[in-house]
Ligand binder design. Structure first.
Ligand code: FE2
Ligand code: FE2
Length: 239
């Protein structure tokens, strides 16, 4: 075994991550970090896109909770929903949106004056609407149980948040971030990657992404959503 392989083996063993990954279960543990022999030094755009991955996992929680609210309201754990909303607030709204996109990405894209600049106003409006929605989710789930009168309105809010933010993040991933990146030199991009890391550490005091992945993993585990095999589609109808 080479030194590298040995380090990787020792990092994985004992954490249960190797077994969990083999079974397709999203472990509620920290992902690989440089200290554990995992990936390191991600670029600015990869950073933003993997943050979207965490936010998409919150949206998947919302989507599943919308279905459950309509099927069996009493079986829905409001604390898990509130945890998901708090994660969206701290990691999505206060960090990813406010400290990275609104402070750096959107101004940079506006400066290019290209077609992606036309997206900025609507993306900011959607950030604002998302924050109103998070306020609402926290208010409704703050009562210990979800009132019968709140179930369908909350489910509808989840549907709308899911549709809005999936479109939002997909447009950023494929149009806005590429336009921002194209306007920078490799050296400037490198600098932005370092700056984003500094902002992350200033905001969270450590690696916020790792913590966010661990938090969404715990929420999924609480709701029985950790095993992704349950989401494998049925075979399509024969034609
Ligand atoms: Fe955004
Ligand atoms: Fe984003």
């Amino acid at each position: 075994m080479t030194d590298n392989k040995r380090r990787w083996f020792l990092a994985g063993a004992g954490s249960g991550m190797m077994l969990a990954a083999a079974a397709g279960v999203r472990a509620a543990e920290k992902p690989d970090s440089p200290e554990r022999g995992g990936a390191e030094d991600v670029g600015a755009v990869e950073d933003l896109m993997r943050e979207h991955g965490v936010l998409r996992r919150v949206l998947l929680v919302y989507r599943e909770c919308a279905t459950r609210l309509r099927r069996d309201r009493a079986g829905v754990d409001p604390r898990a929903i509130a945890d998901a909303a708090r994660l969206f607030r701290s990691f999505g709204e206060e960090y990813h949106e406010r400290k990275l996109e609104e402070a750096h990405i959107f101004p940079g894209v506006l400066k290019t004056g290209g077609p992606a600049a036309a997206y900025v106003d609507v993306l900011i409006a959607q950030h604002r609407r998302g924050r109103e929605i998070t306020d609402y989710i926290l208010a409704v789930t703050n009562k210990g149980s979800i009132a019968s009168a709140d179930a369908e309105p909350l489910a509808r809010v989840f549907d709308q948040m899911d549709l809005m933010y999936e479109n939002h993040a997909a447009s950023e991933d494929t149009i806005v971030f590429p336009a921002w990146k194209a306007a920078l030199t490799a050296a400037q991009l490198d600098k932005m990657g370092d700056l984003f890391e500094d902002i992350e550490r200033a905001q969270f005091g450590h690696d916020g992404f790792e913590d966010a992945v661990a938090r969404i993993g715990r929420i999924e585990a609480t709701l029985g959503l950790a095993d992704i095999a349950q989401f494998t589609a049925s075979p399509p109808p024969r034609v």
